[in-house]
Design a protein around this ligand. Structure first.
Ligand SMILES: [Zn+2]
Length: 312
């Protein structure tokens, strides 16, 4: 019995790698999630030689995507995408309901430490939820705040009439971590969290206030129970082990074929003539897809069949 208890305690000493924890602070309508990405983060970040500032923002975006995807029930993918005309050209972080993550950034020139909005210049930040199956894609524009991604997302939640939500994100070489707090309605009345004088409003403010005192190292390294004790004011907390995360790309030869088909037969034929084959690399995972003259001809044979199919 004692051995079992020790094992349980040991399991809680350090957060598990590449894992998500869900929790509910009892009696005050605050719920949250903690995410820790280790190997998945290292694999994702090692695909390109990112400058430190780009790597940090990519890490924040990946942990935010994991946290946000875990707040919704769906079968698809949630992406955070930023693009602009500054040194940071493009940033994509995607998390799926199956616990897979991928992401990349494109930049130019030398970048020094600065916030997302400065790096993007004239840019925009978009959250896309692709529910999978026949569901309709949702896109929300996030207003860029000068103090970073988590602040921008906070603004997004307060403007989009969704549940009040706060995020804290921490990135280091080997691990990224994120904490999300969300204020949920009372179970019996949908609107009661709007009552700012109630216990639930105080508890929300206090929990957020305690979370504000966590420094990045604490967010990355505190054990899950210690961290929850810090933010919950000794209120009881129910803790659930959530999904595991892994780096996995959703690229495929079929998807590359679609892209080639969209380029058109003439362009592809001249590429084949010039280089004998067309080679496409996935920027997310580095996978290489090669098409020789026969493969390219096949791309358009299939296309022809599809067209005939849709005509009848
Ligand atoms: Zn890929």
């Amino acid at each position: 019995m004692r051995a079992v208890r020790r094992a349980i305690r040991a399991a809680y000493m350090k957060p598990d790698s590449d894992s998500l924890y869900r929790f509910v602070v009892e009696g005050c309508n605050v719920r949250g999630q903690l995410v820790y990405l280790d190997q998945s983060w290292r694999q994702l970040a090692s695909r390109h030689d990112y400058p430190p500032v780009v790597r940090r923002i990519l890490g924040e975006a990946v942990s935010a995507a994991a946290l946000l995807s875990a707040t919704i029930k769906f079968d698809g993918a949630l992406s955070i995408q930023a693009s602009g005309d500054g040194g940071l050209r493009l940033l994509i972080a995607q998390a799926t309901a199956n616990g897979t993550l991928r992401g990349l950034a494109r930049w130019k020139g030398e970048l020094h430490d600065a916030q997302l909005s400065h790096l993007l210049g004239n840019g925009r930040l978009v959250i896309t939820i692709d529910p999978g199956g026949d569901g309709e894609r949702y896109q929300g524009i996030v207003e860029l705040q000068s103090d970073g991604l988590s602040q921008s997302l906070r603004g997004y939640f307060s403007h989009s009439e969704q549940l009040p939500t706060r995020l804290w994100l921490a990135v280091e070489e080997e691990r990224v971590a994120g904490l999300l707090l969300q204020r949920v309605p009372e179970p019996d009345t949908e609107e009661s969290w709007l009552d700012d004088d109630g216990l639930s409003a105080d508890a929300w403010r206090q929990t957020v206030g305690h979370a504000e005192t966590l420094n990045p190292t604490e967010l990355l390294e505190l054990s899950v129970p210690d961290l929850l004790a810090r933010i919950s004011d000794d209120r009881p907390v129910r803790l659930y082990r959530g999904e595991d995360w892994r780096f996995l790309c959703s690229c495929s030869r079929e998807k590359v074929t679609e892209v080639l088909r969209a380029l058109g037969r003439d362009d592809l034929d001249s590429l084949i003539e010039e280089r004998r084959r067309v080679s496409v690399n996935c920027e997310f995972c580095g996978a290489e897809f090669n098409f020789d003259a026969v493969d390219v001809a096949q791309v358009f044979v299939d296309d022809h069949h599809d067209l005939q199919g849709t005509r009848h």
